[in-house]
Design a protein around this ligand. Sequence first.
Ligand code: PEP
Length: 247
Amino acid sequence: MKNLIVANWKMNPNSQKEAKEIFDAIREGVRGLKSEVVVCPPSVYLYASIFGEGVVAMGAQNIYFEDKGAFTGEISALMLKDLGVTYTIIGHSERRKYFGETDETVNKKIKKALETGIKVIICIGETAEERDAGKKNEVLERQIKQGLAGITDLTNINIAYEPVWAIGTGNNCDVAEAKEAINFIKSVIGSTTVGSVVPENFRVLYGGSVKSENSGSYIKEAGANGLLVGGASLKADEFVKIVQSAE
Ligand code: PEP
C-alpha cells in the first residue's frame, strides 16, 4: 500500500506566481518517490497548467454537496472533477470551527464526492477540552459513524486523525498517543457497524504540526499510512523532506 501524503495549503499563498513556484518545486522534489502525493491549494489554483503532468494529484480543500444552483460562493464536486481534481479533504477542523461544518454536512459531502468519483480524506479529531475530559475515543467514534452513515463501500475513503490541539500549534501529538488513536480508528472502521466493504489497505493518516523532524516516526512507529501537512507544505523543501521520510 502506498502512503498518502497530503499538502493542505489552507488560504495560502496570495499569488499564482508563488503557487506555481511551490508546485514546481514540490513536483520535481517528489518525482520518482513511492508515496502518493496530493496537493490541496485554494480552489483558484486548481488548474492543470499549474500542476503539470500528474506527478502530484490535485486535491480540493472542500466541496459542496449540491450539484448546482443558488448556492453563492460554493463549488460543486462536478466542477472540481471537470478540472481534474481526484481528491478532496472533507471536514477539516477549521471548517468545522469557522464554517459550521457538522457530522451531517460532512456525511453529505462524502456521499457527493464518492458519487462524483472524487476520493476523500476525512478529517477527524478531538479538541483539547474533549481530550482533557477523557472523551477522545467517544468523539472519534461519533465523527466516524455519523460521517460515514449510510456509506457501505469505503474503498475511496481515507481518514486523517488530526487532534485539533495539534493543528498549527507546533504541539504535535506524541507518537504513542497517535498510534493508539490510529489503532482505535482502525478498530471502529473494522467493526461491523461501519462500512461493509472495507479495503484491507484502508489508510489512516496523521496530521497536526508535522515537520520533517517528526514525520517519519508517524509512519514508522505510529503506523500511520500517510500524513496531512498544513503549514510545512508551503515550504517545498520541507514538504519534499517529509515525503522522503515516508519512503
Ligand atoms: C492541517 O491543516 O490539516 C494541519 C495539520 O496543519 P499543520 O500541519 O499546520 O498543523
